[in-house]
Design a protein around this ligand. Structure first.
Ligand SMILES: [Zn+2]
Length: 236
């Protein structure tokens, strides 16, 4: 019933939402225009729409339908989609430092609503971005008690499920962690192996880099940790 939203030109910067019977429904990025994906996100009875509608808070969807644009031009369907993710957390004493699902010995860790896994959050955002979906904070609100102390593997499994539902798979992923301490080189193999397993991807297409922040700003002063991720999704 909203097929005209799939022929937008230019491509909207943000995902489109539409209100039907006072419920927000997410519409996918027009670049991702397989019929299966379209059906998954448009049909109000589909599992993904139901899941997302349940996950997204009213505040997160308040942008609503004024972002919808219309055009009669058909969009070009590409066999791949790129997404970028960024995350940063404050480091505080008394918290575990969990990176890529691995507990890293350190004198401080991330203060966060969930387990504060900066790498997994960043990877989730990259996948959601490639799918033309809202960011992790909108899908898993930090004021939702369901996610308090949650292992971030929950978030990444949901992102991977959405990816497969949209008929995509990981082409390759490149992540960069930025932290002054501790050194990550002794833990890189374990982090990469766990991340690859969570993604269901071959380790050869998952790359992990780490760098310091030259002792500058909060990152360089061991007061925060950040990560960037770029992911290429390929249509299956
Ligand atoms: Zn985070």
């Amino acid at each position: 019933m909203a097929t005209h939203f799939y022929s937008c030109s230019p491509i909207p910067a943000k995902p489109i939402t539409k209100t039907i019977h006072n419920k927000f429904i997410l519409l996918p990025n027009p670049r991702i225009s397989t019929s299966r994906h379209r059906n998954n996100f448009v049909a109000s009875s589909s599992s993904s729409t139901s899941t997302l509608r349940a996950l997204i808070s009213p505040a997160a969807t308040s942008v609503a339908e004024d972002e919808a644009t219309t055009s009669t031009k058909p969009s070009k369907s590409l066999p791949f989609s790129v997404g970028h993710g960024f995350d940063l957390h404050r480091l505080e004493p008394g918290y575990p430092l969990i990176i890529g699902g691995i507990n890293i010995p350190h004198d401080r860790g991330c203060e966060a609503h969930s387990d504060g896994d900066v790498l997994l959050h960043c990877v989730v955002d990259a996948i959601l971005g490639a799918l033309g979906l809202p960011d992790i904070g909108q899908i898993f609100p930090d004021n939702d008690p369901n996610w308090k102390g949650a292992a971030s593997s929950v978030f990444i499994k949901e992102a991977v499920r959405l990816m497969h539902e949209a008929v995509y798979e990981i082409g390759n992923l490149d992540a960069t962690l930025i932290l002054q301490r501790p050194k990550l080189s002794p833990h890189k193999v374990a982090i990469k192996a766990n991340l690859s397993e969570l993604l269901g991807a071959d380790p050869s297409v998952v790359n992990l880099k780490a760098k310091t922040h030259e002792r500058v700003d909060s990152l360089g002063e061991n007061r925060s940790i950040a990560a960037h991720t770029v992911v290429l999704l390929m249509r299956k």
